[in-house]
Design a protein around this ligand. Structure first.
Ligand code: DGJ
Length: 541
């Protein structure tokens, strides 16, 4: 066992999640810069200022036609759009990529990139997008069985036919993308499946599942646990610890008898299924790939929420089972944005947000995500659903973010970028950047705006980038910042505060803000509902 464990350990070690090897030419790829990961598109760091289409929009070209200008008005640089297995392979072995071809053509016309969602075997737990020839042949393509033995409309991951059929279609998709897009690289990333999750029980009771459940836990997972013992999620660690840190045994011997063990078991089998698709797909065309998760609600047990997806408490199982998947990504429909972002980044994994509810405050969250978490992608769901794209706060935030993206990606690895998110209850947030201490507060804290008397305050946020000693760019909405010198007996003052814009990376100053706008040298302020970039130069006296 020991020597086998060693060999598998070497394999795991070498198959790093983020491509360490030089990718062919200009392929979109992930690279590590310091402790952060960057997505390179056309060889340059790229932040996805995205929006995900509602599920059905991309299934009709006619429906999509009026949507493209709306996306443009919101300053998106990337559209996240589904590719539906049932429409791609309507008959077994008969492929039709015409919808995808139009999507790519129209994205190019709009000067946008695409992230494609493979709606294959699973979409929000269910198998609603599998082709009719799969759906109607449950003998050949068996389903998950619940505890009572009743079939669910969910393909079981324990069946080879299910895997091979899904993989075959996915590989065809990757061939097609390579064929039509390897020069222009409009497609920059692939999501494999969508919100995988086990329902209505914590595990599958199909025959294949029951057999697998009694078998030993695969060495690949045990090796991972051993190797990462000090940085395992507390949930996995305590289940393993409570059962004596065993290095062999079946699932219940290793993790104990509980619904949580059922979830770990399912997570492993979903993960290895997905990994087979990703490995085969990448062998054809090596794009970055991720898997997304529906976040679980507190207080529910496995089986009551879509379980076994790449959730923080079982991320280790996913990481161990998916060396070909680059990122595990959260979909945000829960409150407590910071809590979940912290969980997804606690072991320095990159944050990629393919979905977030399209609601008030996402503009501020975008500033926070890119500034605080070095997020790779931000993307409100059903982005086309607005009737007033020109007024959408997210569009205004993206207008600012697209201008400062080169600064963010240039300075993030040196720790010179910070992001803030503020609501009515937020205490002023203090941060040291170089020789200055900054205090960032909600703009209403000044008490100057009539809105400050309202019960509810808008969520606000900003990014601060330190580009040289005493020189900062501040980009955001609804914030006020004071600066102090950290040098004993010295105070900080503004040489200048300029509002302005970046045009192709070149700073074009606009208004000089050294009077009322910076309160005669006391603070930097961007009022609520306004979006701007300000260039701040400080001195000490
Ligand atoms: C999350 C899913 O991933 C999306 O496809 C969509 O179903 C949304 N939920 C709806 O809120």
């Amino acid at each position: 066992m020991k020597s086998k464990l060693f060999v598998i350990g070497i394999i795991l070690f070498c198959s790093s999640r983020v491509n360490a090897q030089a990718a062919p030419d200009h392929m979109p790829r992930l690279v590590k810069k310091g402790k952060y990961t960057q997505l390179l598109v056309n060889d340059k760091p790229y932040l996805i200022l995205g929006g995900e289409l509602g599920n059905s929009s991309a299934s009709s070209n006619v429906y999509m036609r009026p949507i493209w200008p709306r996306l443009k008005q919101m300053n998106l640089n990337t559209v996240i759009a589904p590719v539906y297995w049932e429409l791609v392979e309507p008959g077994e072995g008969r492929f039709d990529f015409s919808l995808l071809d139009s999507l790519i053509k129209n994205a190019r016309l709009a000067n946008m990139k695409l992230v494609l969602l493979w709606f294959g075997a699973w979409k929000n737990s269910m198998s609603c997008y599998v082709p009719a020839w799969v759906k109607t042949n449950t003998e050949r393509f068996p389903r998950i069985l619940d505890k009572s033995g009743s079939q669910q409309e969910i393909l079981t991951p324990f069946n080879k036919n299910n895997l091979e059929a899904d993989k075959h279609a996915f590989v065809k998709l990757m061939h097609h993308i390579r064929h039509i897009d390897s020069i222009q690289n409009t497609v920059i990333t692939i999501q494999v499946e969508n919100e995988i999750g086990m329902l209505p029980d914590a595990r599958d009771y199909d025959e294949g599942a029951t057999t697998a459940f009694s078998q030993v836990v695969p060495e690949q997972l045990l090796i991972y646990l051993e190797k990462n013992r000090l940085v395992l999620s507390p949930e996995i660690k305590s289940a393993w610890e409570a059962n004596g840190y065993k290095t062999s045994g079946n699932w219940e011997e290793i993790f104990g008898k509980s619904l949580y063990t059922d979830e770990i078991f399912m997570a492993w089998h979903y993960a290895t299924f997905v990994n087979e698709l990703a490995t085969a797909g990448k062998a054809v065309y090596d794009l970055p790939m991720y898997v997304n998760a529906a976040l679980n609600r507190p207080g529910l047990k496995p089986g009551q929420y879509p379980s076994a997806g790449p959730l923080p408490h079982i991320m280790d199982v996913w990481k161990a089972g998916t060396p070909s998947i680059d990122i595990l990504a959260p979909d945000f429909y829960n409150p407590d944005f910071k809590h979940w972002c912290d969980l997804y980044t606690r072991y320095s994994d990159p944050l990629f947000i393919p979905e977030i509810r399209f609601e008030k405050g996402i503009d501020a969250k975008a500033f926070f995500a890119f500034g605080n978490y070095n997020c790779l992608a931000f993307s409100p769901f059903s982005i086309e659903s607005t009737d007033h794209p020109e007024k959408e706060p997210i569009g205004k935030a993206y207008n600012i973010l697209k201008q400062v993206s080169p600064l963010i990606t240039k300075y993030q690895s040196t720790g010179a970028v910070n992001g803030f998110l503020l609501n009515k209850d937020s205490l002023p947030k203090e941060v040291k950047m170089g020789d200055y201490s900054l205090v960032v507060s909600h703009e209403y804290k000044l008490g100057w705006s009539p809105g400050a008397k309202n019960d509810e305050w808008p969520l606000t946020g900003c990014i601060i980038i330190s580009v040289a000693p005493g020189e900062f760019y501040v980009a955001g909405t609804g914030i006020v910042i004071t600066f102090a010198s950290v040098i004993v007996n010295r105070k900080a003052g503004f040489i200048s505060v300029d509002e302005g814009q970046f045009d192709n990376g070149k700073w074009i100053p606009g208004r000089r803000m050294n009077g009322d706008q910076d309160h005669q040298g006391r603070h930097v302020r961007i009022p609520c509902n306004e979006y701007s970039i300000q260039h701040v130069k400080l001195y000490t006296y």
